[in-house]
Design a protein around this ligand. Structure first.
Ligand SMILES: Cc1ncc(COP(=O)(O)O)c(C=O)c1O
Length: 323
């Protein structure tokens, strides 16, 4: 991705990617390792998912799967949908986002503002508002398939589409390598589709197989680590669906780590207070685990993670209370 800072961008799509890498030196003070974070809310849809939206749509165009004036359908926890909505707005495609009612309300409003149609799917019995489970997602998936068939639309299919991981291999991972000058010891990422983990891991391990890559799961939904789910209702939106992830190669997972809602929330609040970084639940989860690794790392180790989206996307939740 070319830097757009010095030149005129032909559209907002040219500003996707090329995000800053920031040292979290206030939070990692006194620890052995140093934690660096890629600030993905600098993307125009305020999340890491703009990268995959652009790659998926442009790969579909190149592959002849999407023609001018075509329709796009996708299930989303909100961030991929926002990315697809803005890509489709610029390129003139009709976009229909299918989302669980359990995701935060500001996401649906943002997608509608960007011209998308939003289909909200009620949560299944037993699910708690704000806590989207694997069962909720399965229901959203069923509705998405039906709709794509009915509308003869292109389905982005982020859980299976290789363009998802490719976006992160070609951009996020490549940028991390360049921004650190190759001095990375570990990478940490939560898993939603696993696209971020898969793509960044591919980029880094191909350049230096000794880099350790850690995948993060919610404590109650440690599906890959333990194969069992004790509580699918966690708060780390966009991650932890407790289902197989076709994009993730198990041999590239050096460690599976769990994180509690409490730890993710506490760290997201500390990120805001100590680093001036206003981010969401999954960013808190990523940084919580990165700090844990930094504590027991060898002196001077560099641990990289991502700040996936903005705290503004969670103002209707209890992440940042009103008072
Ligand atoms: C807030 C947030 N964090 C993390 C993720 C997980 O990213 P990935 O799907 O690349 O695993 C998502 C995915 O939608 C997300 O919305």
């Amino acid at each position: 991705m070319q830097s757009t800072k010095q030149c005129l961008a032909a559209s907002i799509l040219d500003t996707i990617g090329d995000t800053p890498l920031v040292a979290l030196d206030r939070l990692s003070r006194g620890l052995n390792g140093r934690v660096l974070a890629k600030i993905e809310f600098f993307n125009p849809g305020f999340s890491i998912k703009d990268r995959i939206a652009l790659q998926i749509i442009e790969d579909a165009e190149r592959g002849g799967l999407l023609k001018p004036g075509g329709r796009v359908v996708e299930l989303t926890s909100g961030n991929t949908g926002t990315g697809l909505a803005l890509v489709c707005a610029v390129k003139g495609y009709r976009f229909i986002a299918v989302m669980s009612e359990g995701n935060s309300r500001e996401r649906a409003r943002m997608m509608r503002a960007l011209g998308a149609e939003v289909v909200l799917v009620p949560q299944v019995g037993g699910s708690r508002p704000g806590q989207v489970s694997g069962e909720d997602l399965a229901e959203v998936d069923r509705v998405t398939s039906q709709l794509a068939k009915k509308l003869k639309a292109f389905r982005a299919d982020q859980f299976n589409n290789l363009s998802n991981a490719r976006a992160h291999e070609l951009t996020t991972g490549q940028e991390i390598w360049e921004q650190t000058g190759g001095k990375v010891d570990a990478f940490v990422s939560t898993l939603g589709t696993g696209g971020t983990f898969a793509g960044v891991t591919a980029a880094l391990k191909k350049r230096n197989p000794r880099i350790k890559c850690y995948a993060v799961e919610p404590a109650g939904a440690a599906y890959l680590a333990k194969g069992k789910v004790t509580d699918p209702n966690h708060k780390i939106q966009g991650t932890g669906y407790a289902m197989p992830l076709p994009l993730v190669k198990r041999e590239w997972v050096d460690g599976l780590v769990t994180v509690t809602d409490r730890e993710a929330i506490r760290t997201a609040r500390l990120l805001a207070k100590k680093e001036g970084i206003f981010a969401g639940f999954s960013s808190g989860a990523n940084v919580a685990v990165a700090l844990r690794l930094a504590r027991r790392a060898k002196h001077g180790a560099v641990i990289v993670t991502t700040i996936n989206d903005s705290g503004l996307k969670y103002l209707s939740t209890d992440l940042f209370p009103e008072r």
